[in-house]
Structure formats: structure tokens, C-alpha cells
Design a protein around this ligand. Structure first.
Ligand SMILES: NC(=O)c1ccc[n+]([C@@H]2O[C@H](COP(=O)([O-])OP(=O)(O)OC[C@H]3O[C@@H](n4cnc5c(N)ncnc54)[C@H](O)[C@@H]3O)[C@@H](O)[C@H]2O)c1
Length: 343
């Protein structure tokens, strides 16, 4: 790290300039107390594209140039999931702080190995679960933590569109990390078990439609519907509490969150052996949200946590929990939707 006028400059290398990498380059370029030393991509055309926009950034084809560069303090990995583990492991072994795109790795074992290594070396290991830095998710967290929703009883999410069929990971590994990370961020209770079902319509064993249910001992329940086969794009989440309920529509340009003063009370009529439900529908309000770009918050959190040795919002614990649920969902899907315990 270089120190200018008491300010630490974290030197960053970014691996992967495909679809997501350019967003990371743009945000780290603007982030405080850091500079991008080099970007690696195996494809020359991607590096040519980078040169047009950021001619001052060094371009390399081979990621090992970044991993072995003694002048680089931190490595950002934006390559396909199956490459995350080996690139991150090498970077940590070489003493670099590491930020990995979601999901952290392809397996729990790999994630635990990286976490162990980062802890032994005293390095920061962070995962980019971008949604945790959105104004919408921050607001929902605030509503839950301030008990405005009462006791939260369910979370139900739909994340579907005519998506890019991935060759190596199924639709849950592709889309559900967003929802599971939001869930783990909002709800403190640890999941008890999951059930998942899914189908493949491409004869390659990679599910393009899948449904995941996460069960909790308290009775709280979460459900995710993920698909690459929908004619319409839907990014919608419902979070129900016993006082109020929230509708989060990520495709709404401004009114992403609506808080419904809606609920019900119930009592049991012992004589008639009936449950009597009393409904309440009140006002709906639209809270004001922070509109700053989430990736900018994420990039600055990474730099801050390196400087101040702090734990980031999108911690490796959340990254590990996401992979635990995804790995369990593979097992459940391949075994007819059976319940799989989360340890
Ligand atoms: N946080 C988010 O919201 C978000 C959104 C999209 C993708 N992602 C994640 O970002 C990662 C990358 O996804 P993508 O859609 O950009 O993939 P992509 O295939 O479009 O891009 C990956 C790039 O990495 C390069 N690459 C791969 N291995 C390399 C290596 N060893 N050395 C140098 N270059 C290498 C490829 O040439 C390619 O250009 C994935 O983990 C994905 O899950 C996150």
C-alpha cells in the first residue's frame, strides 16, 4: 500500500472483464483511497474494450501477473464461478486481500478452505453480494431491526426472466445468491433445512427452473422461485411481519418498496374447533431510499475494511451460508425434493 499525505492507497488488480467486470472497474476507479493497477482478461477483445474506456490501466491476459505482482495489495475476481477457488487461493497465498464475485465458490469445502487461509494470513476475504448495498435492502433491514414489521414470518421471492442459460451452474446457483444473501442479511435466525425441486429442459442436467424453500425452527419460512424460462422479467420479494408487510419490486425505478399496514389477528373458538381470523388493511406508504449505486458502496466497503481491519457488510460468513444452501439444494433437487438439513 502507498501512503499519500497520511492517506492509504490500496492498489487493486481485477481479474475478469466480461459482463460484470466493467461495473467493478468503473466503481473501483471512482472509489476513494484506491487505484486500479491492472486488469486481466484472457480475451484480447475484452482488453481492447477496456483500453478504449480506461487507457491508463495496465492490461494483462494472464491472471498470474496480477496474483504475483508485489505492488498489488488486493485482487478482485470477476470470472466464472468454477475459477473462483483456485484464483482466490493463489491470491491469498501471495498475501493479497481478496474480493470474489458471488457466489464465493462452487462448494462449501472450497469456501471453508479460503476462509481458513484468509484468517491464518490476516487478510480480508469478501464476497460481492451487491444487493446488500442497495438502498432498498438497507431500508428493509432498518424496518425489520426497528420492529416496524413486528415479528417477521415469511419471505417470498420471484426472480425470473428469459435468462442466459449457463453451461456450468444451474438457475439457483446463478440467481438465488442474490435472494439468499438478502435473506441471511435480514434474518438473524439460522436456517434449519431446505427443500428444492427443479427441472432441466436442455438435456444437460443443468436446471433452468427451480423452486427453493428454506425452513426455520421458529416457523419463519422463505421461498424462492428462480427461472431462465419466463417471458417476463420479475424481481419481486414479499416480506411479511405480524404488524406490517413489505413489497420490494426491484424493477420499479423509484418506488421500489411499499410498506403495507396489512395484517390479521386470529383466535381459536375451542367450542366450534374453528380458527377465527380478523383482517386489517390500512395505509400503504413508500419510504424514501438511498439512491447511491450499490456497487460503489460495495467497493468502498472493501477498501474501508482493508484499511480499518473491519468486517464488511457482505462478509464471508454470508458468502459461506449462501453456498451451504446452494449445495444442499443440489442434493435435494437430485433426490426428488427431499428435506436436507443445514449444518
Ligand atoms: N454481483 C452481481 O450482481 C453479479 C452480476 C453478474 C455476474 N456476477 C458474477 O460475476 C462473475 C463473472 O460473471 P460474468 O457474467 O461477468 O462472466 P463472463 O463470462 O461474462 O466474464 C468472465 C470473464 O473472465 C475472463 N476469465 C475467465 N477466467 C479467466 C482467467 N483465469 N484469467 C483471465 N481472465 C479470465 C473471461 O475471458 C471473461 O471475459 C460470476 O461469478 C458471476 O456470478 C455477479
Amino acid at each position: 500500500m502507498i501512503i499519500f499525505n497520511e492517506q492509504i492507497m490500496v492498489k487493486i488488480g481485477i481479474i475478469g472483464y466480461g459482463y460484470w467486470g466493467p461495473n467493478l472497474v468503473r466503481n473501483f476507479y471512482a472509489a476513494r483511497n484506491s487505484m486500479i493497477k491492472a486488469v486481466a482478461d484472457a480475451r484480447t477483445e475484452r482488453l481492447d474494450q477496456l483500453e478504449k474506456i480506461f487507457p491508463s490501466i495496465e492490461r494483462v491476459k494472464d491472471a498470474t501477473h496480477i496474483i504475483n505482482d508485489p505492488n498489488i495489495d488486493a485482487v478482485v475476481i470477476a470470472t466464472p464461478v468454477f475459477t473462483h477457488f483456485s484464483l482466490a487461493r493463489q491470491a491469498l497465498l501471495n498475501g493479497k486481500h481478496v474480493l470474489i464475485e458471488k457466489p464465493i465458490t462452487s462448494s462449501v469445502k472450497e469456501a471453508e478452505t479460503l476462509i481458513d487461509l484468509a484468517e491464518k494470513k490476516g487478510l480480508l476475504l469478501m464476497v460481492d453480494h451487491t444487493f446488500l448495498y442497495t438502498g432498498a435492502v438497507q431500508k428493509i433491514k432498518q424496518l425489520i431491526d426497528n420492529r416496524e414489521l413486528g415479528s417477521v414470518t415469511y419471505l417470498d421471492s420471484t426472480r425470473i426472466n428469459l435468462g442466459l442459460f449457463q453451461p456450468d451452474i444451474n438457475v439457483l446457483w446463478d440467481l438465488a445468491p442474490h435472494d439468499i444473501s438478502i435473506l441471511n442479511y435480514l434474518v438473524k435466525e439460522k436456517p434449519h433445512s431446505i427443500n428444492a425441486t427443479g427441472v432441466t429442459h436442455t438435456k444437460n442436467d443443468v436446471e433452468n427452473i427451480a423452486y427453493l424453500t428454506i425452513n426455520y425452527e421458529s416457523g419463519f419460512i422463505a421461498h424462492f422461485n428462480c427461472s431462465w424460462s419466463s417471458p417476463v422479467k420479475i424481481r419481486m420479494m414479499l416480506i411479511g411481519g405480524d404488524k406490517k408487510m413489505v413489497l420490494y419490486n426491484d424493477l420499479e425505478p423509484t418506488e421500489k418498496i411499499k410498506v403495507y399496514d396489512t395484517g390479521y389477528d386470529h383466535k381459536t373458538d375451542e367450542e366450534k374447533k374453528k380458527v377465527l381470523v380478523d383482517y386489517r388493511t390500512g395505509d400503504i406508504y413508500v419510504p424514501k431510499l438511498n439512491t447511491a449505486e450499490a456497487l460503489s458502496g460495495m467497493a468502498n466497503d472493501f477498501i474501508n475494511c482493508i484499511e480499518q481491519k473491519k468486517k464488511p457488510v457482505s462478509s464471508y460468513e454470508i458468502g459461506l451460508d449462501v453456498v451451504k444452501i446452494l449445495e444442499a439444494s443440489d442434493k435435494s433437487i437430485k433426490n426428488g425434493g427431499c428435506e436436507v438439513l443445514i449444518k
